[in-house]
Structures are given as C-alpha cells and as structure tokens.
Design a binder for this molecule. Sequence first.
Ligand code: FES
Length: 106
Amino acid sequence: MPKVTVPDHGTFEVEEGKKLVLALEDNGINILHRCGGKAKCTTCRVEVTAGDLGALTDIETEAFSRKGIQEGLRLSCQVRVYDDVTVQPVMTEGNSDLDAGPRPTE
Ligand code: FES
C-alpha cells in the first residue's frame, strides 16, 4: 500500500487509489474541505514536497487560476494516492478558525 507522509504528523499507509483528502482526514489530520470536494474552495490544497500524484488535472488548473493561487499545490479532493508521497496541508482546523466542511465523497 502507498504511504503518505505529513511532516510533524507522521507516515501512514493508505488504500491504493484513496482520495488524498480522505486519507489525510482518516489519519487524524483535520484538513479543510469546505466545498465538500467539489473543486470550488481550494481549502483542501496541499503542498507536495516528495512523490508523485500524477499530472495536474484541468479541474485543478481552473480552480487555482480562478483563486489566483500559485503553482506547486494540489487539490487533495481531486487526487488519489497510488505512490508514496509527502504532503503539507495548507489549511486545517488547527491553523484557521473554520470547520473542516462537509466530507467529500469516496
Ligand atoms: S476544493 Fe473544496 S474540498 Fe477540495
């Protein structure tokens, strides 16, 4: 099974093909996903510091350009884990005053 590492949190194995946002949440990281995984809010974005999550999708490109967000990030609601990766969530309940939001679908 692929492994996801989050600095200052640890490394955990995830089911191959699992949506990254759910892998993070199910392993105790209170990442925001304010739009429920619909690629609208970008609060689920993560910085990828190692590994590969595949090519940036058109949906992500569109969402990031609409929000004026820099490259090098991924929307964790739009990518699935097939290989080992290291990611740093940008927005969590711990570093914002926001609730996580509705859980994205599997
Ligand atoms: S863009 Fe809103 S949860 Fe991913």
